[in-house]
Design a protein around this ligand. Structure first.
Ligand code: NAD
Ligand code: DAU
Length: 337
Protein backbone atom coordinates (compact mmCIF):
# COMPACT_ATOMS: atom_id res chain seq x y z
CA UNK A 1 0.00 0.00 0.00
CA UNK A 2 1.28 3.47 -0.91
CA UNK A 3 -0.31 6.53 0.64
CA UNK A 4 0.27 10.24 0.25
CA UNK A 5 0.36 12.19 3.51
CA UNK A 6 0.23 15.97 3.35
CA UNK A 7 1.77 17.96 6.22
CA UNK A 8 3.71 14.95 7.47
CA UNK A 9 6.55 17.05 8.91
CA UNK A 10 4.22 18.67 11.44
CA UNK A 11 3.09 17.43 14.83
CA UNK A 12 0.24 15.02 14.07
CA UNK A 13 1.38 14.07 10.56
CA UNK A 14 4.82 12.96 11.77
CA UNK A 15 3.31 11.00 14.67
CA UNK A 16 0.86 9.41 12.24
CA UNK A 17 3.64 8.34 9.85
CA UNK A 18 5.76 6.96 12.69
CA UNK A 19 2.83 5.00 14.11
CA UNK A 20 1.51 3.79 10.72
CA UNK A 21 4.90 2.49 9.56
CA UNK A 22 5.55 0.69 12.83
CA UNK A 23 2.14 -0.97 12.68
CA UNK A 24 2.13 -1.65 8.91
CA UNK A 25 5.65 -2.58 7.79
CA UNK A 26 4.61 -3.04 4.11
CA UNK A 27 3.33 0.53 3.86
CA UNK A 28 5.10 3.26 1.87
CA UNK A 29 4.37 6.89 2.72
CA UNK A 30 4.96 9.79 0.36
CA UNK A 31 5.13 12.88 2.56
CA UNK A 32 4.36 16.21 0.86
CA UNK A 33 5.15 19.13 3.13
CA UNK A 34 6.03 22.76 2.41
CA UNK A 35 8.16 23.02 5.58
CA UNK A 36 6.54 26.17 6.86
CA UNK A 37 7.68 27.30 10.31
CA UNK A 38 5.60 24.38 11.70
CA UNK A 39 7.25 21.71 9.56
CA UNK A 40 10.38 20.13 10.99
CA UNK A 41 12.33 17.31 9.38
CA UNK A 42 13.72 16.38 12.78
CA UNK A 43 10.21 15.19 13.65
CA UNK A 44 10.83 12.41 11.14
CA UNK A 45 14.19 11.16 12.40
CA UNK A 46 14.33 7.40 12.87
CA UNK A 47 11.53 6.72 10.39
CA UNK A 48 12.73 3.95 8.01
CA UNK A 49 13.90 5.70 4.82
CA UNK A 50 12.98 2.73 2.62
CA UNK A 51 9.31 3.32 3.41
CA UNK A 52 9.19 7.10 3.61
CA UNK A 53 9.64 9.44 0.65
CA UNK A 54 9.84 13.09 1.64
CA UNK A 55 8.91 15.67 -1.00
CA UNK A 56 9.12 19.34 -0.23
CA UNK A 57 6.14 20.96 -1.90
CA UNK A 58 3.10 23.13 -1.44
CA UNK A 59 -0.47 21.83 -1.57
CA UNK A 60 -1.47 25.13 -3.16
CA UNK A 61 0.63 24.28 -6.24
CA UNK A 62 -0.98 21.85 -8.64
CA UNK A 63 2.36 20.66 -10.04
CA UNK A 64 3.66 19.83 -6.55
CA UNK A 65 0.57 17.79 -5.75
CA UNK A 66 0.56 16.01 -9.13
CA UNK A 67 4.26 15.19 -8.64
CA UNK A 68 3.59 13.71 -5.21
CA UNK A 69 0.72 11.57 -6.47
CA UNK A 70 2.98 10.42 -9.31
CA UNK A 71 1.73 7.22 -10.95
CA UNK A 72 -0.91 6.88 -8.26
CA UNK A 73 -1.45 6.25 -4.58
CA UNK A 74 -3.96 4.08 -2.74
CA UNK A 75 -5.07 6.91 -0.49
CA UNK A 76 -4.39 10.48 0.61
CA UNK A 77 -4.39 11.51 4.27
CA UNK A 78 -4.60 15.29 4.39
CA UNK A 79 -3.07 16.99 7.44
CA UNK A 80 -1.37 20.03 5.86
CA UNK A 81 -2.77 23.24 7.29
CA UNK A 82 -2.02 26.44 9.11
CA UNK A 83 -3.10 25.41 12.60
CA UNK A 84 -2.44 28.02 15.28
CA UNK A 85 -5.51 30.03 16.29
CA UNK A 86 -3.49 32.97 17.66
CA UNK A 87 -1.64 33.33 14.35
CA UNK A 88 -4.92 33.29 12.43
CA UNK A 89 -6.12 36.21 14.54
CA UNK A 90 -2.99 38.19 13.65
CA UNK A 91 -3.03 37.36 9.91
CA UNK A 92 -5.42 35.01 8.16
CA UNK A 93 -4.08 34.98 4.57
CA UNK A 94 -2.09 31.74 4.76
CA UNK A 95 -4.98 30.06 6.56
CA UNK A 96 -7.26 30.80 3.64
CA UNK A 97 -4.84 29.92 0.88
CA UNK A 98 -3.54 26.69 2.46
CA UNK A 99 -6.54 25.40 4.35
CA UNK A 100 -9.20 26.31 1.80
CA UNK A 101 -7.57 26.64 -1.63
CA UNK A 102 -4.93 23.99 -0.88
CA UNK A 103 -7.65 21.49 -0.02
CA UNK A 104 -9.43 22.23 -3.30
CA UNK A 105 -6.19 21.75 -5.25
CA UNK A 106 -5.81 18.35 -3.56
CA UNK A 107 -9.40 17.36 -4.32
CA UNK A 108 -8.94 18.17 -7.99
CA UNK A 109 -5.57 16.40 -8.25
CA UNK A 110 -6.96 13.32 -6.50
CA UNK A 111 -9.96 13.25 -8.84
CA UNK A 112 -7.74 13.56 -11.94
CA UNK A 113 -5.56 10.70 -10.72
CA UNK A 114 -8.51 8.56 -9.62
CA UNK A 115 -7.24 8.22 -6.03
CA UNK A 116 -9.70 5.78 -4.43
CA UNK A 117 -9.71 7.13 -0.86
CA UNK A 118 -9.16 10.50 0.83
CA UNK A 119 -9.14 11.22 4.58
CA UNK A 120 -9.57 14.88 5.45
CA UNK A 121 -8.24 15.64 8.94
CA UNK A 122 -10.37 18.31 10.53
CA UNK A 123 -11.05 19.64 14.00
CA UNK A 124 -13.66 20.03 16.75
CA UNK A 125 -13.24 23.80 16.43
CA UNK A 126 -15.48 23.87 13.35
CA UNK A 127 -18.49 23.30 15.65
CA UNK A 128 -17.84 26.50 17.62
CA UNK A 129 -18.11 26.82 21.38
CA UNK A 130 -20.23 24.86 23.89
CA UNK A 131 -22.14 26.16 26.91
CA UNK A 132 -20.91 24.63 30.21
CA UNK A 133 -23.75 22.12 30.52
CA UNK A 134 -24.35 21.42 26.80
CA UNK A 135 -23.87 17.87 25.49
CA UNK A 136 -20.67 17.13 23.60
CA UNK A 137 -20.51 17.82 19.85
CA UNK A 138 -21.93 15.16 17.52
CA UNK A 139 -21.33 14.87 13.78
CA UNK A 140 -24.74 16.34 12.93
CA UNK A 141 -24.23 19.57 14.89
CA UNK A 142 -24.09 22.74 12.77
CA UNK A 143 -20.71 24.25 11.92
CA UNK A 144 -20.33 27.56 13.78
CA UNK A 145 -16.62 28.41 13.61
CA UNK A 146 -15.44 31.41 15.63
CA UNK A 147 -11.84 32.08 14.59
CA UNK A 148 -10.27 32.65 11.17
CA UNK A 149 -8.52 29.27 11.68
CA UNK A 150 -11.69 27.34 12.43
CA UNK A 151 -13.58 29.19 9.67
CA UNK A 152 -10.93 28.12 7.17
CA UNK A 153 -11.12 24.50 8.39
CA UNK A 154 -14.93 24.57 8.19
CA UNK A 155 -14.65 25.87 4.62
CA UNK A 156 -12.35 22.97 3.75
CA UNK A 157 -14.82 20.50 5.30
CA UNK A 158 -17.55 21.99 3.11
CA UNK A 159 -15.39 21.61 0.00
CA UNK A 160 -14.89 17.93 0.81
CA UNK A 161 -18.60 17.51 1.43
CA UNK A 162 -19.46 19.26 -1.85
CA UNK A 163 -16.99 17.09 -3.80
CA UNK A 164 -18.56 13.94 -2.36
CA UNK A 165 -22.06 15.17 -3.14
CA UNK A 166 -21.30 16.39 -6.66
CA UNK A 167 -18.65 13.98 -7.91
CA UNK A 168 -18.91 11.03 -5.46
CA UNK A 169 -15.40 12.03 -4.38
CA UNK A 170 -14.34 9.14 -2.09
CA UNK A 171 -13.64 11.12 1.06
CA UNK A 172 -14.14 10.72 4.79
CA UNK A 173 -13.75 13.55 7.32
CA UNK A 174 -12.35 13.20 10.85
CA UNK A 175 -12.87 15.92 13.45
CA UNK A 176 -10.64 15.60 16.49
CA UNK A 177 -10.28 17.37 19.81
CA UNK A 178 -7.04 18.88 21.17
CA UNK A 179 -4.01 16.65 20.75
CA UNK A 180 -0.91 16.47 22.93
CA UNK A 181 2.24 14.34 22.72
CA UNK A 182 5.78 14.31 21.27
CA UNK A 183 6.96 16.73 18.55
CA UNK A 184 4.30 19.41 19.11
CA UNK A 185 5.48 22.89 18.18
CA UNK A 186 6.00 24.80 21.45
CA UNK A 187 3.70 27.67 20.52
CA UNK A 188 0.78 25.40 21.50
CA UNK A 189 -0.45 25.26 25.09
CA UNK A 190 0.89 21.88 26.28
CA UNK A 191 4.44 21.98 24.86
CA UNK A 192 4.76 25.69 25.71
CA UNK A 193 3.84 25.07 29.34
CA UNK A 194 5.94 21.89 29.59
CA UNK A 195 9.09 23.47 28.17
CA UNK A 196 8.66 26.69 30.15
CA UNK A 197 8.09 24.67 33.32
CA UNK A 198 11.26 22.67 32.66
CA UNK A 199 13.28 25.89 32.35
CA UNK A 200 11.51 27.81 35.12
CA UNK A 201 9.97 30.38 32.79
CA UNK A 202 6.48 31.92 33.23
CA UNK A 203 3.50 30.09 31.71
CA UNK A 204 0.94 32.54 30.22
CA UNK A 205 -2.61 31.44 31.03
CA UNK A 206 -5.20 33.25 28.91
CA UNK A 207 -8.14 34.99 30.63
CA UNK A 208 -9.53 33.27 33.71
CA UNK A 209 -8.04 29.90 32.76
CA UNK A 210 -11.47 28.25 32.92
CA UNK A 211 -11.77 27.48 29.18
CA UNK A 212 -12.33 23.78 28.65
CA UNK A 213 -10.63 21.54 26.09
CA UNK A 214 -11.05 17.78 25.50
CA UNK A 215 -7.56 16.24 25.36
CA UNK A 216 -6.40 13.24 23.31
CA UNK A 217 -2.96 11.68 23.00
CA UNK A 218 -1.70 12.06 19.42
CA UNK A 219 -1.11 8.31 19.09
CA UNK A 220 -4.81 7.68 19.71
CA UNK A 221 -5.59 10.23 17.00
CA UNK A 222 -3.24 8.36 14.62
CA UNK A 223 -5.05 5.09 15.38
CA UNK A 224 -8.42 6.74 14.77
CA UNK A 225 -7.31 8.12 11.40
CA UNK A 226 -6.05 4.68 10.40
CA UNK A 227 -9.37 3.09 11.34
CA UNK A 228 -11.21 5.68 9.25
CA UNK A 229 -8.76 5.23 6.37
CA UNK A 230 -9.35 1.48 6.36
CA UNK A 231 -13.01 1.18 7.27
CA UNK A 232 -14.70 4.61 7.41
CA UNK A 233 -17.80 5.00 5.29
CA UNK A 234 -17.32 7.36 2.35
CA UNK A 235 -19.09 10.71 2.71
CA UNK A 236 -19.24 10.37 6.50
CA UNK A 237 -17.79 12.45 9.33
CA UNK A 238 -16.25 10.83 12.43
CA UNK A 239 -15.67 12.73 15.65
CA UNK A 240 -12.54 11.78 17.58
CA UNK A 241 -12.18 12.60 21.27
CA UNK A 242 -10.63 11.36 24.47
CA UNK A 243 -13.43 11.79 27.04
CA UNK A 244 -10.96 14.06 28.83
CA UNK A 245 -12.48 17.49 29.39
CA UNK A 246 -10.42 19.79 31.58
CA UNK A 247 -10.01 23.47 32.23
CA UNK A 248 -6.77 25.04 31.05
CA UNK A 249 -5.92 25.80 34.68
CA UNK A 250 -6.26 22.12 35.62
CA UNK A 251 -4.01 21.08 32.74
CA UNK A 252 -1.48 23.79 33.60
CA UNK A 253 -1.30 22.71 37.25
CA UNK A 254 -0.93 19.08 36.25
CA UNK A 255 1.97 19.91 33.93
CA UNK A 256 3.78 22.06 36.49
CA UNK A 257 3.45 19.37 39.14
CA UNK A 258 4.81 16.71 36.76
CA UNK A 259 7.70 18.96 35.77
CA UNK A 260 8.49 19.63 39.44
CA UNK A 261 7.96 23.38 38.92
CA UNK A 262 6.06 25.74 41.24
CA UNK A 263 2.47 26.58 40.30
CA UNK A 264 3.43 30.24 40.80
CA UNK A 265 4.90 30.09 37.26
CA UNK A 266 1.32 30.32 35.97
CA UNK A 267 0.77 33.96 34.96
CA UNK A 268 -2.70 35.21 33.99
CA UNK A 269 -2.47 37.23 30.77
CA UNK A 270 -4.97 38.99 28.50
CA UNK A 271 -7.47 36.64 26.90
CA UNK A 272 -7.37 35.50 23.26
CA UNK A 273 -9.94 37.56 21.30
CA UNK A 274 -13.05 35.48 20.60
CA UNK A 275 -11.67 32.66 22.79
CA UNK A 276 -13.95 29.59 22.55
CA UNK A 277 -15.13 28.67 26.02
CA UNK A 278 -15.56 24.93 25.76
CA UNK A 279 -15.01 22.06 23.35
CA UNK A 280 -16.11 18.47 24.01
CA UNK A 281 -16.38 15.66 21.50
CA UNK A 282 -18.81 12.77 21.38
CA UNK A 283 -16.88 9.96 19.60
CA UNK A 284 -19.69 7.34 19.92
CA UNK A 285 -19.98 6.86 16.16
CA UNK A 286 -16.28 6.06 15.76
CA UNK A 287 -16.36 3.73 18.74
CA UNK A 288 -19.55 1.98 17.66
CA UNK A 289 -18.93 1.68 13.90
CA UNK A 290 -15.17 1.24 13.73
CA UNK A 291 -14.37 -0.19 17.16
CA UNK A 292 -11.90 2.57 18.06
CA UNK A 293 -11.30 3.53 21.69
CA UNK A 294 -8.53 5.67 23.13
CA UNK A 295 -5.68 3.70 24.70
CA UNK A 296 -4.23 6.54 26.74
CA UNK A 297 -5.92 8.12 29.73
CA UNK A 298 -4.97 11.74 30.32
CA UNK A 299 -2.96 11.16 33.51
CA UNK A 300 -0.67 8.58 31.88
CA UNK A 301 -0.54 10.38 28.54
CA UNK A 302 0.48 13.75 29.95
CA UNK A 303 3.03 12.13 32.29
CA UNK A 304 4.59 10.33 29.30
CA UNK A 305 4.53 13.58 27.34
CA UNK A 306 6.28 15.62 30.04
CA UNK A 307 8.85 12.86 30.31
CA UNK A 308 9.35 12.90 26.49
CA UNK A 309 10.07 16.66 26.50
CA UNK A 310 12.41 16.16 29.47
CA UNK A 311 14.46 13.63 27.49
CA UNK A 312 14.26 15.45 24.15
CA UNK A 313 15.60 18.82 25.18
CA UNK A 314 17.75 19.05 22.03
CA UNK A 315 14.60 18.83 19.89
CA UNK A 316 12.65 21.62 21.54
CA UNK A 317 15.64 23.87 22.18
CA UNK A 318 16.40 23.74 18.44
CA UNK A 319 12.79 24.71 17.70
CA UNK A 320 12.73 27.53 20.21
CA UNK A 321 16.07 28.94 19.01
CA UNK A 322 15.17 28.57 15.33
CA UNK A 323 18.14 26.24 14.69
CA UNK A 324 15.77 23.52 13.47
CA UNK A 325 15.57 25.40 10.17
CA UNK A 326 19.26 24.60 9.47
CA UNK A 327 18.55 20.88 9.43
CA UNK A 328 17.02 21.10 5.96
CA UNK A 329 20.14 22.78 4.62
CA UNK A 330 22.33 20.01 6.04
CA UNK A 331 20.11 17.26 4.64
CA UNK A 332 19.17 18.70 1.26
CA UNK A 333 21.63 21.51 0.63
CA UNK A 334 18.85 24.09 0.09
CA UNK A 335 17.87 27.09 2.13
CA UNK A 336 14.49 27.52 3.83
CA UNK A 337 13.10 31.02 3.62
P1 NAD B 1 1.19 21.54 12.49
O1 NAD B 1 1.03 23.01 12.43
O2 NAD B 1 2.07 20.94 13.55
O3 NAD B 1 1.73 20.98 11.10
C1 NAD B 1 1.22 21.42 9.87
C2 NAD B 1 2.13 20.88 8.76
O4 NAD B 1 1.57 21.28 7.51
C3 NAD B 1 3.56 21.43 8.82
O5 NAD B 1 4.50 20.40 8.64
C4 NAD B 1 3.60 22.43 7.67
O6 NAD B 1 4.91 22.58 7.11
C5 NAD B 1 2.62 21.81 6.69
N1 NAD B 1 2.04 22.79 5.76
C6 NAD B 1 1.47 24.00 6.06
N2 NAD B 1 1.09 24.63 4.94
C7 NAD B 1 1.38 23.79 3.91
C8 NAD B 1 1.21 23.88 2.50
N3 NAD B 1 0.66 24.97 1.93
N4 NAD B 1 1.62 22.83 1.74
C9 NAD B 1 2.19 21.74 2.30
N5 NAD B 1 2.40 21.62 3.63
C10 NAD B 1 2.00 22.63 4.42
O7 NAD B 1 -0.27 20.94 12.57
P2 NAD B 1 -0.86 19.73 13.43
O8 NAD B 1 -1.15 20.21 14.79
O9 NAD B 1 -0.01 18.56 13.21
O10 NAD B 1 -2.28 19.54 12.69
C11 NAD B 1 -2.38 18.70 11.55
C12 NAD B 1 -3.82 18.69 11.07
O11 NAD B 1 -4.67 18.21 12.12
C13 NAD B 1 -4.38 20.05 10.70
O12 NAD B 1 -5.19 19.91 9.56
C14 NAD B 1 -5.20 20.48 11.90
O13 NAD B 1 -6.25 21.33 11.52
C15 NAD B 1 -5.72 19.14 12.39
N6 NAD B 1 -6.01 19.04 13.83
C16 NAD B 1 -5.08 19.42 14.76
C17 NAD B 1 -5.37 19.25 16.12
C18 NAD B 1 -4.35 19.61 17.19
O14 NAD B 1 -4.68 19.52 18.38
N7 NAD B 1 -3.14 19.98 16.87
C19 NAD B 1 -6.59 18.71 16.52
C20 NAD B 1 -7.52 18.36 15.52
C21 NAD B 1 -7.21 18.51 14.18
O1 DAU C 1 -9.31 21.59 19.27
C1 DAU C 1 -8.46 21.23 18.24
C2 DAU C 1 -7.54 22.39 17.97
O2 DAU C 1 -6.63 22.45 19.07
C3 DAU C 1 -6.77 22.28 16.65
O3 DAU C 1 -7.70 22.30 15.60
C4 DAU C 1 -5.79 23.44 16.51
O4 DAU C 1 -5.01 23.29 15.35
C5 DAU C 1 -4.87 23.44 17.73
O5 DAU C 1 -3.99 24.54 17.66
C6 DAU C 1 -5.69 23.49 19.01
O6 DAU C 1 -6.36 24.78 19.15
P1 DAU C 1 -6.49 25.51 20.58
O7 DAU C 1 -6.67 26.93 20.34
O8 DAU C 1 -7.46 24.80 21.44
O9 DAU C 1 -5.02 25.16 21.13
P2 DAU C 1 -3.89 26.03 21.85
O10 DAU C 1 -2.80 25.08 22.23
O11 DAU C 1 -3.52 27.25 21.10
O12 DAU C 1 -4.65 26.49 23.19
C7 DAU C 1 -5.27 25.54 24.06
C8 DAU C 1 -5.98 26.33 25.13
O13 DAU C 1 -4.99 26.97 25.96
C9 DAU C 1 -6.86 27.43 24.60
O14 DAU C 1 -8.01 27.56 25.41
C10 DAU C 1 -6.01 28.69 24.71
C11 DAU C 1 -5.14 28.40 25.93
N1 DAU C 1 -3.78 28.98 25.91
C12 DAU C 1 -3.02 28.77 24.80
C13 DAU C 1 -1.73 29.26 24.73
C14 DAU C 1 -0.89 29.08 23.50
C15 DAU C 1 -3.29 29.63 27.02
O15 DAU C 1 -3.97 29.78 28.04
N2 DAU C 1 -2.01 30.13 26.96
C16 DAU C 1 -1.21 29.98 25.85
O16 DAU C 1 -0.06 30.46 25.86
Amino acid sequence: MRILVTGGAGFIGSNFIRWALSDHPQLTVVNLDALTYAGNLQNLEGIPAAHHVFMRGDIRRREDVDGAIGDGVDAIVHFAAETHVDRSILAADDFLTTNVLGTQVLIEAARRAGVPRFVHVSTDEVYGSLAPDAPAFTETDPLEPNSPYSASKAASDHLIRAAFHTFQFPAVITRCSNNYGPYQFPEKFVPLFVTNALTGEPCPLYGDGENVRDWLHVEDHARAIWAVLERGQLGEVYNVGGHAEMTNRQVAEHILDLAGAPRSLIRPVADRPGHDRRYAMNPDKLERELGWTPKWNFADGIAATVSWYRTHEDWWRAVKSGAYRDYYERQYGGRLS
